[in-house]
Design a protein around this ligand. Structure first.
Ligand SMILES: [Zn+2]
Length: 305
């Protein structure tokens, strides 16, 4: 994939670091950080952002263990990402999985127009913070500048904006994980669950509600469009639609079977084409249309199989 390499320094300025948080309570500390973002005009809706962050915290603590927490929310912001870092020398109770108080809070607010962004940001943070020597340097920085210097080393690989993961492929990823979870051994389950929750945070509630319904009913919710036909029901999709599915970030739904439609991965298409040429067989495709999901609010629910 075409990636853009960057560091935490692109989003974090020294002014976004509070070296000694006054608050000793989780909620107050988050508010203290949000206030500093409001003051710097990096966010404009403190109440909404706070509500989103608290909702997320109530779902599951964002403390990673080892004294670090990454509270976050997906909110419309002026910028793509707004971050603030707060250090608490005394430590704050974050209901961390390891029971340790949190000494460093990395608060992340990101814009919903860029799906997948938080996943990549979080992956970069996790890669850096998993190393004990990095955590030691962060937690033992002597002043704000030293802390800023260490945090600036954190490295991210983002998909380029034109190559940004679209929502349909996030749905596909979510489906793959949820299918794997059905048969996963206990020791793998927790990791899959974490990954699943990260992806779900990047998708709208309405998309997820339909996704869950389809998963429950059929065991899967996303179908590839191969050779112009929906893989789930074999109905053909118009050429225009098929190319739109490949290129846009809009969500399309098969009008016949109700599955979310996604463009297949390139390499697989090539392989299948080659196989088809070998056998000379081709599945007949029946005519049907596909629509954008937003236009299908009134369409009938897919019938039970
Ligand atoms: Zn279909």
């Amino acid at each position: 994939m075409n990636l853009r390499e960057t560091t935490f320094g692109e989003f974090l300025k020294p002014s976004q670091i509070i070296f000694e948080l006054k608050s000793q309570d989780k909620l107050e500390a988050i508010e203290e950080l949000l206030d500093s973002l409001v003051k710097q005009k990096l966010i404009n809706n403190k109440d909404l952002t706070l509500t989103r962050i608290v909702d997320r915290e109530n779902l599951e603590s964002t403390a990673l263990g080892h004294g670090i927490a990454v509270p976050h929310a997906r909110v419309d912001t002026e910028n793509q990402i707004a971050v603030a870092v707060g250090r608490s020398p005394v430590g704050i109770d974050f209901q961390a999985p390891d029971g340790q108080p949190v000494n460093l809070i990395i608060l992340v607010i990101w814009n919903p127009t860029i799906p997948g962004l938080f996943n990549h940001l979080f992956a970069g943070l996790a890669r850096f913070l998993i190393k004990p020597e990095n955590r030691y340097r962060i937690l033992n920085a002597r002043d704000k500048n030293e802390l800023y210097a260490v945090l600036s080393e954190i490295h991210f690989s983002f998909p380029r904006e034109d190559k940004i993961i679209n929502r349909a492929s996030l749905l596909k990823k979510l489906q793959d994980i949820e299918i794997r979870m059905r048969r996963a051994p206990k020791d793998k389950l927790e990791e899959l669950q974490k990954h699943r929750n990260l992806i779900r945070e990047d998708l709208d509630q309405s998309l997820l509600a339909r996704f869950d319904l389809l998963m429950e009913r059929y065991g899967y919710a996303v179908a590839e469009v191969v050779d112009g036909a929906c893989r789930s029901c074999n109905m053909s999709v118009s050429t225009q639609m098929a190319s739109a599915i490949e290129e846009s970030n809009d969500i399309y739904v098969c009008e016949n079977c109700g599955k979310y439609l996604i463009a297949p991965r390139k390499e697989r298409v090539t392989k299948e084409k080659a196989e088809k040429e070998k056998t000379g067989k081709e599945k007949p495709a029946i005519k049907a249309k596909a629509k954008k999901a937003g236009e299908t609010a009134t369409r009938k629910k897919p019938a039970r199989k």
